[in-house]
Design a protein around this ligand. Sequence first.
Ligand code: ACO
Length: 427
Amino acid sequence: MIENTFTLINNRTGKQYKYNILNATKGPDVVDMRKFFQDTGLFSYDPAYTSTASCTSDITFIDGKKGELTYRGIAIEELASNHTYLESCFLLLNGNIPSSEELIEFDLEIRHRAFLHEGLRNIFNAFPDNAHPMATLSAGVTALSTFYNDHLEIDDEQEYQEMARRIIAKIPTIVAFAYRHSIGIPFIQPNIDLGFTENFLTMMRAYPGGKMHRRADGYDSLKEIEIRALDTIFTLHADHEQNASTTVVRGVASTGAHPYVAISSGISALWGRAHGGANESVIAQLEMIGSVDRVEEFIAKAKDPEDSFRLMGFGHRVYKNFDPRAKVLKGLQDKLKEELTLDSELMAIASKIEEIALNDEYFISRNLYPNIDFYSGVILTALQIPKSMFTPIFVIGRTVGWITQWIEFKKDKTSKIARPRQLYIGE
Ligand code: ACO
């Protein structure tokens, strides 16, 4: 019989240590190292957690080699093609696709909870106009914890769900507030007659009074495909297991701080361009490249080991084959191309980069494929969303993932404060 343990030998002392191997239902099994320091007096060194499982979870699974992503066991392709974002939210929070009754109840509650306290509007008014929306968004979500300040010690399923539904419902309104503030136009309140994604797009695009911006093709109301495209983007971003921002959310959860402050910390972590900020950087980079005939020059810069320039929207810490979310978005981008007026120069530059990189030895040998951000930036541009709002849109999608992971952490009776150790090399 194979023993389910892992033996380590300290060659300095000749001592052997045995650790149990914990079985995963999918993906790599895990060596249980919790007693390693107690046993050996040594720490393990893994600063970016490249080999470390920080928790157990049954929410989301990624197989980076196969390019697989599932929420509660359901493939992302299935969710993106046949279900709405709110259905995925319900699935992440409850473990099942909602029945039609459950969906009606969930949808209705989200609509009713989308409104913001007037005091929050005053807080937004105090921010400078030129503040980045990620900064005002993070501050707005922290401010939300001052309006719901009795949530520190909740431990009952109904309270968890209420807290989760409230933040999922209010985030799009806060994002729209952040945007309207950044361009100096009056806030508009959510419309209870509209579904989640249509409501958000309306709060983004409507003039004061409710009339919508006219599209380049003269069409002045939302097209079904625009709502569907954004809804799909939300679904694709809903969760991604223990990524940087989720790890931050769990870390803050471990200290016992307010859940909305944990979400706000997740928002701050997502802002960086190595994480959620990459979608904004993709478009900024395409604009900087400026024309198709300059693409080769920038590909050469990306390959130059002496140059810190990187192709934004390429590479991923976990996906070393392809990003399944990118595949869904590529299909969506092609559909949108047919129905909307896309920025053709930007599209042409993006296509040229994709074509060269996918056939270039440098990118192939390092498994650098287009990630979700490579396509989402172009799609969001087609939906008339300015690039400063790309990462806030990622926030809308990811909020359900953060809060679901927060709840999972809280329910785990073995969870402790996150407190890594260090390799001290100072005086
Ligand atoms: N362009 C050019 N070269 C790259 C790129 C890139 N985008 N990404 C990685 N490389 C190269 C590195 O220079 C390195 O080369 P070397 O082996 O010759 O030194 C090699 O590929 C491995 O790179 P790492 O940084 O070790 O890969 P890691 O897995 O740590 O990083 C990351 C992943 C941060 C996503 C990286 O690929 C990157 O910076 N990409 C651009 C930013 C981006 O698109 N981020 C979005 C991530 S997806 C998300 O958060 C939703």
